[in-house]
Ligand binder design. Structure first.
Ligand code: BES
Ligand code: ZN
Ligand code: ZN
Length: 472
């Protein structure tokens, strides 16, 4: 899709109404709207003059996503009308940003397997911004296009069914991507995991007929004006399927577990964008790719695993597998001595209970870092909530027979205890530089919301890109 800064008229005109101010409309438009019972809030299409009116709810004006979400919802409705071009007006760069994001993210559809496609025909978007600097507008549009494409790449990978999107499929995908953009992609197989003594990661992988991989992506700018570059390391949980293992999930909870690779797919999207944007920072992406399955060779409740950092873990529930894979990935990532270490994972159902579907859990030991991330995520249009660690919870994941237990002894606060468990595998010197993002809620939702059509959302991608942009 092409978004241009131009005065050209589109097939449909998009009109915003803020504060129910419908004075900018013609008399006929006002009459039509009042006939249809439109009171200034919500979306409505006036067929006679092909105008799509978006009435922004004043009570939500402070809410960062209002314009972006309205645009996305409008685009989702317009898909059905098979419109080829739209035009609209913008008064500020912030408006341009939200408009472009809403359009590009709302226009995504996952219909590869549908015979009857619901693809949008939208090819041209004309934004009239006579009061704004043309260069600034063009460069902003180009940036948003890169970021939205990465979010859509992440969504596509997550939506791809588990029979196809195996660890090997993700490896091949990211290998090709790295060649196309020019970042490094090292693929480590089982032998490497064995050599590195990644006993926790390996245990989870045992019952799968697909080989596990730890993928290490590295981006460094070719030339830089800076004397020293900040180093960001992102670690993603990449369970291409999580049936729970021998602690098998009930059927209702098993569906959607193709999305248990959302953390790793988000990391791919983050590295993809930052490399395309040529960001002045060193970026690493670590993907822990495997499946959690059942079978004669499966790891079992009662097993005791030795993780890469030497800590022993009693397994009491094989469905708490993400923290085992991430334990070894975080220990590996710690060796890179980053300035910022961020993991993204669909880690716990408890996080969804705590914060709801739409909000990611932000955890860690550094209050300022958590606050900063929350603010930056919100400015990028993503919702987060800080879940506080506390020392009293530590005893909940102690074990009688090993150093740690993979599930806590109480289910209260178990998004937090899962996060604190991960902290046991981050080098102590890095605990103040580490953030854990539990994206179990927003990564995959079986209804459309905000800028998201049904399914994968690409949660974490926009927030982390913005974080790097501000902290690099
Ligand atoms: N992948 C799940 C968490 C999850 C739940 C993601 C819902 C997305 C939506 C994770 O591996 C898991 O099963 N966690 C268990 C942990 C429990 C056994 C301590 C959970 O949350 O129930
Ligand atoms: Zn699980
Ligand atoms: Zn899982």
């Amino acid at each position: 899709m092409k978004i241009s800064n131009s005065h050209q008229k589109g097939e449909v005109k998009i009109l915003f109404i803020k504060d129910k101010k419908i004075s900018q409309l013609t008399k006929t438009q006002k009459d039509t709207l009042s006939l249809l019972g439109f009171e200034g809030i919500g979306n409505i299409f006036i067929p006679e003059n092909k105008t799509f009116v978006i009435g922004i709810d004043k009570s939500l004006q402070d809410f960062p996503n209002t314009l972006r979400d309205s645009l996305a919802q409008a685009i989702m409705s317009l898909k059905k009308l098979k419109i080829k071009s739209i035009s609209l007006e913008a008064q500020s760069l912030q408006e341009i940003k939200e408009i472009c994001e809403g359009i590009l993210l709302g226009n995504y559809t996952f219909d590869t397997f549908k015979n009857e496609k619901n693809k949008s025909n939208l090819k041209e978007v004309y934004i009239h911004a006579p009061t704004l600097d043309k260069k600034a507008v063009d460069s902003l549009i180009a940036q948003i296009q890169i970021i939205a494409n990465s979010v859509n790449t992440t969504r596509e990978l997550i939506n791809t069914p588990p029979m196809e999107a195996t660890p090997e499929y993700i490896v091949n995908f990211v290998k090709n991507l790295s060649k196309e953009i020019g970042f490094e992609c090292k693929v480590h197989n089982t032998q490497f995991l064995e050599k590195e003594k990644m006993g926790a990661f390996l245990a989870v992988s045992k019952a799968s007929c697909h080989n596990p991989y730890l993928v290490h992506l590295t981006y460094k700018p070719k030339t830089s004006k800076k004397s020293s570059l900040k180093k960001f390391v992102f670690v993603g949980k990449g369970l291409t399927y999580d049936c729970g293992g021998l602690s098998l999930k009930p059927s209702d909870y098993m569906t959607t577990m193709k999305a248990d690779k959302s953390g790793a797919c988000a990391v791919i999207g983050i590295v993809d964008s930052l490399a395309r944007l040529g960001i002045e920072a060193e970026i690493h992406g670590i993907l822990g790719l495997t499946e959690n399955m059942i079978g004669g060779n499966a790891y079992k409740p009662d097993d005791i695993l030795i993780a890469r950092n030497g800590k022993s873990i009693e397994v009491r529930n094989t469905d708490a597998e993400g923290r085992l894979v991430l334990a070894d990935c975080l220990s590996y990532a710690s060796d890179l001595k980053p300035d910022f270490l961020i993991d993204l994972a669909t880690l716990t159902g408890a996080c969804v209970v705590a914060l709801g579907d739409y909000t990611m859990g932000i955890m860690g030991y550094n209050p300022k870092l958590k606050e900063d991330f929350l603010k930056i995520a919100s400015s990028a249009g993503e919702l987060g909530g800080i879940l506080p660690f506390n020392p009293y919870l530590k005893k909940l994941y102690k074990s009688e027979v090993a150093d740690l237990c993979n599930i806590p002894s109480s289910r209260y606060g178990s998004a937090i205890t899962a996060g604190m468990f991960l902290g046991e595998f981050v080098a102590e010197s890095l605990l103040q530089k580490w953030l854990h993002l539990d994206i179990a809620g927003p990564a995959y939702v079986e209804k459309s919301w905000g800028v998201n059509p049904f399914g994968a959302t690409g949660a974490g991608v926009r927030a982390c890109i913005e974080f790097v942009k501000q902290k690099a």
